[in-house]
Design a protein around this ligand. Structure first.
Ligand code: NAD
Length: 261
């Protein structure tokens, strides 16, 4: 039997990058999945891939920073598949700029997507998880930047640190309802989000793109390698399938060693 047979999972930002590989793996492991993204055609494409290979998937149009859309998206998933057992709060963006120059509108956008989004999806999921009395698990996609700082990323580092606090509170409050919460902290993965940053950082820091990759992004790894999105999906699956509250309120870094020192 597959490890998630009979479970229902919602993954946000699942139309691209890490979210896409996470939702594909959870579906392969037997979960019925909600593929939520602000970009509906991307979510529909991923849901189509899952259905073609025999899985069950619902594409959900959702801006994670919108209260109504998060509530409605979660309710649609529960109405279609009967429960929500796993939430993967993954949707995110990046805006790089030095702190002294960081636009308030950009700061607010970062907080709205990363923190309001995680909170709103958590609240929407918990209502169902508590009511269904079979518990559940919430996995936040943090970052090495949940533990470390880098230049130009004040809002991102602040938001990703904040997810650790949210996960700990959900772990404490959720325990009585068999709800667990954990954070997966990836190193750099070559997704559209990261590919966009390379020329931006090169411009800001006066370096070539090769220097940004070698001297900034991968400098702290043990082997100069990017992390693969499948490595992140496997770690999410490990948390999703873990059978007890022995593992709750924790974060695990998956980064080729970046951040361990
Ligand atoms: P990505 O740009 O490839 O995918 C992000 C997805 O989120 C896209 O499909 C986008 O449409 C969606 N999205 C954006 N804003 C949204 C919103 N308001 N509501 C719903 N969906 C929205 O990015 P990625 O690299 O796969 O990043 C996914 C998560 O992983 C982010 O939280 C990011 O911070 C985190 N992360 C990524 C890396 C990396 O190296 N790629 C490293 C550490 C953490």
């Amino acid at each position: 039997m597959k490890s998630l047979t009979g479970k229902t999972a919602l993954v946000t930002g699942a139309g691209s990058g890490l979210g896409k590989d996470i939702v594909l793996l959870l579906a392969r492991e037997g979960a019925s999945v909600g593929v939520a993204d602000i970009h509906l055609p991307a979510a529909e494409e991923v849901a189509g891939i899952i259905r073609q290979s025999g899985g069950e998937a619902l594409a959900i149009s959702m801006d994670v920073s919108d209260e109504k859309q998060t509530e409605a998206g979660t309710a649609a998933l529960v109405s279609q598949f009967g429960s929500i057992d796993i939430l993967v709060s993954n949707a995110g963006i990046q805006i790089v700029s030095p702190v002294h120059d960081y636009a308030l509108s950009d700061w607010r956008k970062m907080m709205a997507i990363h923190l309001d989004g995680a909170f709103l999806n958590t609240r929407a999921a918990l209502k169902h998880m508590y009511a269904q009395q079979t518990g559940g698990t919430i996995i936040y996609i943090g970052s090495v930047h949940s533990h470390e700082a880098s230049p130009l990323k004040s809002a991102y580092v602040t938001a990703k640190h904040g997810l650790l606090g949210l996960a700990k509170v959900v772990a404490v409050e959720g325990a009585a309802h068999q709800v667990r919460a954990n954070v997966v902290c990836p190193g750099f993965v070559e997704t559209p989000l990261v590919k966009k940053q390379i020329p931006e950082q090169a411009r800001e820091l006066g370096m070539t793109e090769e220097e940004v990759v070698k001297n900034i992004m991968l400098a702290g790894t043990v082997d100069g390698e990017f992390t693969a999105s499948f490595d992140i999906a496997q770690t999410v699956l490990f948390f999703a399938a873990f059978p007890s509250a022995a593992l709750t309120g924790q974060s695990i870094t998956v980064s080729h060693g970046w951040g361990m020192r």
